[in-house]
Design a protein around this ligand. Structure first.
Ligand SMILES: NC(=O)C1=CN([C@@H]2O[C@H](COP(=O)(O)OP(=O)(O)OC[C@H]3O[C@@H](n4cnc5c(N)ncnc54)[C@H](OP(=O)(O)O)[C@@H]3O)[C@@H](O)[C@H]2O)[C@@H](O)CC1
Ligand SMILES: Nc1ncnc2c1ncn2[C@@H]1O[C@H](COP(=O)(O)OP(=O)(O)O)[C@@H](O)[C@H]1O
Ligand SMILES: [K+]
Length: 511
């Protein structure tokens, strides 16, 4: 699924109206119906109390007026408060006229801010994607009044005061919604941690927007949903053998951090690797062999850290980093790996690499190594690791710019991990992942992702970016399946490993 800018969203409305030969009022009616359908599913009339709908002067306010009418018809107690304006949109006026006397309407002024009892359900239809500047004056005072009232806010389309696709100045007034009910496509703003306190839980209703416009729209932003990964894991041929799916090499672990190696190796096995060999420090040999009997093990001559790179000839992909430590000997191994991978003997393509955790930190300390990264190398930093590779970001939007620039400059596939992990491609695309849950915020979850991506990059049937997008999606789905069994608090990284098989199987059955 693609994500659009606010300007493209307006074009999409227009394209839908023209393509389907409907009026803009009819499209607004669909939006209001979609909102009310969600609302009715969430709040029973008996327990909702009196609902206050706050309406601005544009089409977002028009949605609010139409929703107030439909809510009243559905037997909710509703009142409306209008923000004063010199001009109103045509569809606002249309819906103002359609509102019957059964819905009390008041005008908002600085002297008459609406009374809001604690826990009142408030529908925020002040401003939507037409927001042209930060809120000031009366709208800002109203937002502060709403926050002070401790109301339960449901935002129409987007919380008022929040830009859909760009940062707003710090401390500008933005409504804090418990739920945001949007139309057609999610907005970029919903996916960024800095906006979570405004957006709350978000939902997107289908209002029949032009699929043709969406398919042809140019945007760097994508949202990886089930449809986006459907078919990206080909079925296994009846006559396939372990060589078909690649031999992966994992360099992971140090004294006290062998768990990272075991988790990554387990994930690589569950991710479908034909063969896995792990390079671990000498002290990890028994631990590894006992924990992951399916894998082969090449213990390092050094007891505590990895100090020597094995010959890469037998392997189709190499993963390095989980639990590695940042010793000088391991830095030398990383440097050698980058050199050997760029021009692996007998290969037309560079060796597929996955670089994570301490290997990323080593890259951050020795940035000259970034120039050695082979094309399509996968890096999986969390925001702190990413900062070490680049620079501190001013905000989440700036971090996305840094991410995109980095992936383009180094021709790499970078997964910025988080609630909506974002894959940046060498071509400048950003793919936000839709699966996963806060239960995955637990030590070792990232090691599991590294192992899974290693397996998928070793599988020559998959294109590099498709493998990573699928891996990130299946990892999140495995986390969701695991949380279903354990609850979020009880989830541990090993649970994600155990659910990778079912998750991948679901992905391969998606259509
Ligand atoms: N997307 C869809 O599929 C569909 C979208 N629909 C709905 O339409 C919404 C977009 O409507 P919209 O374009 O009329 O803009 P909206 O957000 O109501 O605000 C514009 C008004 O606010 C004003 N204004 C702006 N900033 C301001 C500020 N800081 N302080 C004060 N005033 C400010 C601005 O004035 P101006 O900038 O011209 O000075 C103008 O008067 C969209 O979010 C969705 O809810 C559905 O109905 C149909 C399907
Ligand atoms: N709130 C969340 N929602 C979805 N996924 C999450 C959330 N928190 C963490 N994750 C996922 O869990 C993994 C954590 O990785 P990382 O921070 O490297 O952990 P570790 O270093 O402990 O292995 C990432 O893939 C991330 O996307
Ligand atoms: K709104």
């Amino acid at each position: 699924m693609i994500l659009l800018t606010a300007a493209q969203t307006r074009e999409l409305d227009q394209a839908t109206i023209e393509e389907q030969n409907i009026t803009s009022a009819e499209l607004m009616e669909r939006a209001a119906e979609s909102f009310v359908q969600w609302f009715r599913g969430r709040y029973a009339t008996a327990s909702a109390g009196e609902i206050l709908v706050l309406c601005g002067p544009g089409n977002n306010g028009g949605d609010g007026l139409a929703a107030a009418r439909l809510l009243q018809q559905a037997h909710y107690a509703v009142r409306v408060a209008l923000l004063p304006a010199e001009q109103h949109s045509a569809d606002w006026r249309h819906n103002r006229q359609r509102l019957t006397a059964a819905v009390p309407v008041t005008d908002i002024s600085a002297a008459h801010l609406p009374h809001i009892a604690p826990h009142t359900l408030v529908v925020d239809a002040l401003f939507g994607t037409g927001l042209s500047r930060p809120l000031e004056g009366l709208p800002a005072a109203l937002v502060a009044h709403l926050a002070a009232a401790d109301a339960r806010v449901v935002a129409v389309d987007i919380p008022s005061g929040l830009f859909a696709d760009a940062p707003q100045p710090a401390d500008s007034a933005v409504v804090r919604a418990e739920h945001t009910v949007s139309f057609g496509l999610p907005k970029l703003a919903f996916l960024l941690p800095q906006n979570a306190k405004f957006v709350g839980e978000w939902h997107v209703g289908d209002i029949g927007l032009s699929q043709q416009f969406i398919a042809n729209a140019a945007s760097p932003w994508h949202y990886t949903d089930a449809a986006a990964v459907a078919g990206s894991l080909p079925p296994r041929s009846r006559f396939s053998h372990k060589g078909t799916f690649g031999h992966a090499l994992l360099l992971a672990g140090s004294r006290g951090k062998m768990g990272a190696a075991v988790l990554a190796a387990g994930a690589c096995q569950r991710g479908g690797a034909g063969l896995l060999t792990a390079r671990v420090p000498g002290c990890g040999y028994d631990i590894f062999q006992i924990s992951v009997p399916e894998a082969m093990c090449l213990p390092d001559p050094q007891p505590d850290v990895i100090s020597e790179l094995p010959d890469l000839t037998p392997y189709q992909a190499v993963g390095i980093g989980p639990g590695l430590g940042q010793e000088a000997a391991s830095l030398a191994v990383l440097r050698q790996l980058l050199r050997d991978s760029a021009a692996a003997p007998g290969r037309s393509q560079p060796m597929p690499l996955i670089i994570d955790a301490d290997a990323l930190n080593l890259l951050g300390q020795h940035r000259e190594l970034l120039d050695l990264l082979p094309e399509n190398t996968v890096l999986t930093p969390h925001p702190k690791e990413f900062e070490r590779l680049t620079e501190p970001a001013r905000d989440d939007y700036h971090r996305l710019e840094l991410l995109r620039d980095f992936a383009q400059r180094h021709r790499s596939l970078v997964v910025l991990k988080g609630a909506y992990s974002c894959l940046a491609t060498p071509g400048g695309e950003l793919h936000f992942n839709s699966t996963g849950n806060p239960g995955m915020a637990t030590g070792g979850s990232g090691d599991v992702l590294t192992g899974l991506l290693l397996a998928l990059r070793a599988d020559a049937r998959l294109l590099p970016a498709d493998a990573v997008r699928l891996g990130v999606y299946a990892h999140g789905m495995a986390g969701d399946l695991a949380a279903h069994e354990t609850g979020e608090a009880g989830l541990i990284a090993g649970d994600i490993v155990r659910q990778l098989g079912p998750a991948l199987s679901r992905c391969s059955h998606l259509i």
